[in-house]
Structure formats: C-alpha cells, structure tokens
Design a protein around this ligand. Structure first.
Ligand SMILES: [Zn+2]
Length: 282
C-alpha cells in the first residue's frame, strides 16, 4: 500500500520540571497521534505492550489499517479504549479489530445506536471479547506506564461528556486523554479533586469552544497539547477561543490538520516530537 506519511519535519525537545521519578529503565513510551482527519486516534506503546485509544471515522480506515500492519507490524492490541461510541472515534477501531486481536477493551457504554459502534461490537463478538466499563480510579499498566481512568460518566450526560478520560504516567511525564469531554465533564473532574496535571493534553472535542475551559486547563497545566482535527471541517474546530486559552497558558500546540501524524516519545523525563507531513490525500 502506498505510503502517505513521509516527511520528517522536525524534532524538538521539551524539558520536564521534575526532580526525580520512578525508574523507567531504558523503556520509552511512544504515542502516535494518527492524522485521521476529523476524529481521534492514538496508539501508545511501552514495554512491548500496545494501547489504542479511539480509531477515527470511516475515512481513517485505510490509514488505520496501513499504520497497524505496515508501519507498526501489529497483530494484537493489548488494550483498546473507545472513549465514547461516536463514529469519529470508534469506526476506525472496528477496522483495527479486523487486523488485530484485542485484549482488554474499555468503553463507557455497551450499547449505542450508531453504525460505527455496531461494527465495533460485531468485531468484538467475532473475537469473543466483551467490553469492560471502567470506573474512576480503575487502572492498568502498559509496560511501566500507568493508565488510570479519571472519569465517572453519568448516563444522564450528553454522550460526549461520557467520554472515558485517562491519565497516563510514565516516569516524570504524563498524558491526559479526554475524548470529546466538554465543560460538564471537565467540571466533574475538577470537583473530583483528582490529579489532572499532565505534560501533554490531548485537547478535548477536537478543540471545540465547549471543551478545555480555563479552570480545567489551569488544573492540567500542560506544557504541550495535541489537537486531532480535520482541515476545513464543518464544525469550525478548533475554536479560536480554545486556541487563545492555550496560547495564554503558553502551551505548545500540535495540530494533526497542519502537521499530519504526530509521534511523541517520552523517556520518562522529557518529551520529543516527530511530525510527519501528509503527502497528498490518503
Ligand atoms: Zn469527536
């Protein structure tokens, strides 16, 4: 299959202000933010284990397929997190499960009326795998990185606000994935009193104005942020207000619509980035 991600643009290093941390030996945590257009998809690898968080919409199918098989040569995903069942997050996960066996699979719901989630459930059924609905404080290890669920979704909320929120800690670096959580969910996270701080924030809801409120952003206090968003999308994402809030906090922003697929590596002390530029459409 034609390779479509090809130009290494730059590598930069961001210092992390911490004195000491748990030993991570020579392990590295690698986070691939796939350029899936308007949607989210990330693949995390550490200590020989793989976690996929969301998979993008149907237009991401080809990229998800080639990235898993040709770039990463994977046939197993130890952990899968569907942050919520909307197509722009879960449709590509169904594709991922056509080429990869899934270990533990997390979702905030087990039923949802949507094409992508139906496909996702069908693939899980074919593999004989059931969904685990996690609760606040549940955690697992990905290599020597800890992955903790911070959200306790309410069924009364909008589905975006039911997004599973995870904080991933590797040495002195940390990552916060928020799916499409908006202000109600952010407010609940703030009131929970849990540690929301993160070196890198995957910005909620593709940079929508209704996510990443000021108080939440101050609690996370990220050094850098990734916005997974499609160029020229009909929603106007990312919103100017969100970009301004990030700018005022001096957060380094990386956007998939401008930079293509983004690779972030943590050595436990600092993050480094590689950006690939789209070479035409895939
Ligand atoms: Zn979304």
């Amino acid at each position: 299959m034609k390779r479509l991600l090809c130009f290494l643009l730059c590598i930069l290093f961001l210092p992390v202000l911490c004195a000491s941390g748990e030993g991570t030996a020579s392990e590295t945590l690698t986070v691939h933010f796939l350029d899936v257009g308007q949607g989210d998809a990330a693949i995390l690898q550490c200590g020989g284990q793989t976690l996929m968080i969301d998979g993008g919409d149907r237009n991401a199918n080809r990229l998800v397929y080639s990235y898993l098989t040709e770039t990463l040569h994977l046939d197993r995903l130890d952990y899968v997190i569907a942050t919520h069942p909307h197509d722009d997050h879960v449709k590509g996960l169904a594709t991922a499960l056509t080429v990869c066996a899934a270990g533990t699979v997390y979702s905030p719901v087990t039923e949802f009326d949507g094409e992508g989630f139906r496909d996702f459930l069908q693939k899980l059924d074919e593999q004989g795998t059931e969904i685990t609905v996690p609760h606040r404080g549940d955690a697992f290890m990905l290599g020597s990185a800890s992955v903790t669920f911070l959200s306790e979704p309410s069924g009364e909320w909008d589905m975006n606000d039911q997004s599973l929120v995870t904080r991933i800690v590797f040495g002195n670096t940390s990552f916060l994935f928020t799916g499409d959580a908006a202000w109600d969910a952010e407010q609940d996270l703030l009131e929970s009193g849990t540690d929301l701080s993160a070196t890198l924030l995957k910005v909620g809801h593709h940079g929508s104005a209704t996510s990443t409120c000021q108080a939440f952003l101050e609690a996370v206090h990220p050094a850098c942020a990734v916005i997974s968003v499609g160029a020229g999308n009909r929603y106007g994402h990312p919103a100017e207000e969100t970009l301004m809030r990030l700018e005022h906090m001096n957060v380094s922003v990386f956007r998939t619509d401008r930079l293509g697929t983004i690779l972030c590596r943590s050595n436990g002390e600092s993050l480094s980035f590689e950006m690939t530029k789209k070479n035409g459409k895939w």
